[in-house]
Design a protein. Sequence first.
Length: 265
Amino acid sequence: MKDSLATSASTGQTWNTTAYAAHGRFVATLATGVVGLLNPQPGEHILDVGCGDGALTEQLASTGAVLTGVDASPTMVAAARARGLNIDHHSVESLPYKHQFDAVFSNAALHWIPAASQPTALAAIHQALRPGGRFVAEMGGHANIASIRVALQSVLTPYGIDAESSAASFYPSPDTYRRLLSAAGFTVQSIEIIPRPTPLPIGSHGEDPMATWLTTFRNGVLDRLPPADRAQAIKNTVALLEPVLCDTDGNWIADYVRLRFHAIA
């Protein structure tokens, strides 16, 4: 997965595990590159930060590595534990581990941590690693889903809602995140921006892919509106985005940009 480190206390974002499995599974499916960079080995103790419903944690565990998952969402923790995985319930800023892991892994989760909380989160991750342990992660990078964010901001401004500040997502450049990692005590081995245009799946009942994406990944922003206004705002946002992100065959492709890095504690 992951995409679930943010809790309702900070952003209002909530996670429905059934909806996520139906409409957000591409997040784990497209993690091949960062999993390859991690290169998990049998017997290694690995912490999966922002493990979500455990789909990717389960894949990592199949290599013979010893996995511990952690997530801030109670619903995701329950779903991951239902897979028989070892899962703890913590926010990343309050990780309790001290020099316990050979590696820390994270996919599509760190961008849910607001910028002001990033130093605390990275310090907690550094403390969880044994000296010389590696931190391998992928997250939203600079210009991630830029079209979607601009459209949502435009639609919600008349309602008095700042979509960007409400979402509180953090999509840094490589230089910005290198500085944060270095300040937390990491030595950065590699860090790069990877544009990744991402096809959005059509729902099993023919739901509009972009409307489904918005209700899955931006419910914390949209739920600030009354139901009737919420429905209209989604409709207006989809209309703005259709000429940009939907091709002539009706396929939606979101403008994802990833930041992938490998750092040493």
